[in-house]
Each structure stands twice: as structure tokens, then as C-alpha cells.
Design a protein around this ligand. Structure first.
Ligand code: NHR
Length: 197
């Protein structure tokens, strides 16, 4: 989210209409406000079920009429109803090379598994957690002395490249989901480097 806000030149192509969090104390809300972006928080703890929270979340988001919804550090599993409502226009960035290491604690799990390669994946969100069609990936090598924190920091740098690149491509109509196939009409971000670094 920070990386998306940090690309003012992208505002020629799209507007960030709102930032929404389920945590009123989320730092990202302050950051968004400091960039003049509208913010809203909707605490999930006030809702008896996941489905009812998600219905309220849809109303909150749709008040801003977005063309694309980007999960950027959003940590609540979304119900089938939410995912269906935003079909073809909901993406997430996940800190692993999917389909490896869906779920949480990805950096530690990649180190423990002895992987040489790790990274981040932008994907369209489907009902199956961290399994939607892959939009773009960024890879980093794991060093023998990496800790989850040092590895996370290098992956995060690459996340900050590929997520803005994917959002920009979507805004330009260069990125589409056709059924379960991701179609790139423009330049797909490179797995190993980025022009936008
Ligand atoms: N929802 C659906 N339906 N599909 C996906 O692919 C989703 C999703 C919601 C969030 C992000 C994902 C990530 O990239 C994401 C992808 C949270 C959890 C989780 O277990 C898992 C994956 C992701 C985000 N959340 C717990 C829950 O009960 C709460 C964990 C916590 O609050 O720390 O929702 O990492």
C-alpha cells in the first residue's frame, strides 16, 4: 500500500479512491491520510460472523466505486460472497512464490524447507486461499545466513516493485482475468529485476 501511494506519476493512470482496514490503528490509514486519500476502518470484532463482516465490508468499499480492489497486507480470510462480488477485480500480494507456502509465516517456512529461491506473488483472489491465478512473481535468492526478517526485507523490496506495476497494468487495460487465465497485453514485470526499481 505504501508503495502504491509512493508512485505519484501513476495518478495520471488511476486514482486510489480509498484505503480500508479492519484495524482502526493500522499505520497504513495514517499514511493514506497523509497522501490525501480517504480512509475507512471497519472492525471485524463487531460482527457475529465472517459473512456479515464481509457484507458490511462490501458496502464500505462499493461506496467508493472502485474498478480494482487490492489486498495489501489485509489479513482476514474473505468469504465466498466477497470474492464472488469482486470477481476479476480483486488482487492480493502474497509473500511467497505460490503455489509454495500459501498461508502465514512464509519466510520462516521457506528457510526451514531449505529453499534456495523465495519471493512474492501477485494473484487474483479466489475462494481458495492464496491459490488464485498468478499475475506476476518476483524471486529472491535465499542466503545461508538469512533469517525470516532479513529475507522478508529483501522480498518486500521486490513486492514494492511488482504490485504497483500490476496495478498500473490493470489501469491501462493491459492485465485481465479470462476465466482462470491471466492475460498480459503489455510488459509483464520480470521475475528477477524490474524497470521500476
Ligand atoms: N481470502 C480469500 N478468499 N482468498 C485469498 O486468496 C485471500 C483471502 C484473504 C486474504 C491474503 C493472504 C496472504 O497473502 C488473503 C488472501 C490472511 C490469512 C489468515 O489466515 C491467510 C492468508 C492471507 C491473509 N487470516 C486469519 C483469519 O482467520 C487471521 C490471521 C491474523 O489476523 O493474523 O482470517 O497472506
Amino acid at each position: 500500500m505504501q508503495a502504491l501511494l509512493a508512485h505519484p506519476q501513476h495518478r495520471q493512470s488511476y486514482e486510489i479512491v480509498a484505503v480500508v482496514s479492519n484495524k482502526p490503528s493500522a499505520q497504513g490509514l495514517d499514511l493514506a491520510r497523509s497522501h490525501g486519500v480517504q480512509t475507512q476502518s471497519l472492525q471485524h470484532t463487531g460482527f457475529p460472523t465472517r459473512e456479515l463482516f464481509d457484507e458490511a465490508l462490501v458496502k464500505t468499499i462499493d461506496a467508493h466505486a472502485p474498478d480494482l480492489v487490492v489486498l495489501a497486507g489485509f489479513m482476514r480470510i474473505l468469504s465466498n460472497g466477497f470474492v464472488a462480488h469482486y470477481a476479476q477485480r480483486l488482487i492480493n500480494i502474497h509473500p511467497s512464490l505460490l503455489p509454495s507456502f500459501a498461508g502465514l509465516n512464509t519466510h520462516q517456512r521457506a528457510i526451514e524447507a531449505g529453499c534456495q529461491l523465495h519471493g512474492a506473488t501477485v494473484h487474483f483472489v479466489t475462494a481458495e486461499l492464496d491459490h488464485g491465478p498468478i499475475v506476476a512473481q518476483a524471486a529472491v535468492e535465499i542466503a545461508p545466513d538469512d533469517t525470516p526478517d532479513t529475507l522478508a526485507a529483501r522480498v518486500l523490496q521486490r513486492e514494492h516493485e511488482i504490485l504497483p506495476a500490476c496495478v498500473l497494468a490493470f489501469a491501462h487495460g493491459q492485465l485481465q482475468l479470462d476465466g482462470l487465465r491471466v492475460l498480459w497485453h503489455g510488459q509483464r514485470p520480470s521475475v528477477f529485476t524490474s524497470k521500476e526499481a
